[in-house]
Design a protein. Structure first.
Ligand code: 5GP
Ligand code: ZN
Length: 113
């Protein structure tokens, strides 16, 4: 079965790409929930955070560093932003290829919905 984020990473589907390197890609969420809503996605297919292996630990850290870079590019690093990774249906995960949501540009509320 085709994976949406593998297809975006392989450039088989379009996206508004903000950052890319050998290991990961960051692009605008197509249904933004905040003025800034970026998805940071490893090129390696990992279906949920439950499938992250110890060998992937560096890659997960890399996603956070990319989110920091993009937050800086967007000018929201000092104001603040929220990083979220949903896992499995009750969290709201709909795309089963791990991704870090980077949300900002407005005040975030807590607890989340
Ligand atoms: P999840 O619900 O799995 O945590 O997050 C999936 C995210 O992917 C959602 O925020 C949704 O808006 C976004 N999304 C779904 N389809 C596409 C698409 O085709 N392109 C982009 N850029 N984002 C998508
Ligand atoms: Zn995938």
């Amino acid at each position: 079965m085709k994976c949406l984020f593998c297809e975006i990473a392989e450039k088989k589907l379009p996206a508004r790409i903000l950052f890319e390197d050998v290991h990961a890609i960051a692009f605008e969420d197509v249904y933004p929930q905040a003025p800034v809503h970026v998805l940071v996605v490893p090129k390696k297919h990992i279906s949920t955070s439950l499938e992250i292996n110890p060998d992937d630990n560096w890659l997960v850290g890399h996603l956070f560093q990319i989110a920091n870079t993009v937050a800086g590019q967007k000018g929201i690093a000092e104001r603040g932003f929220r990083l979220v990774m949903n896992t499995n249906p009750e969290s709201g995960q709909t795309v089963f290829h791990i991704h870090l949501h980077m949300l900002g540009g407005r005040v975030m509320h807590w607890p989340p919905g």
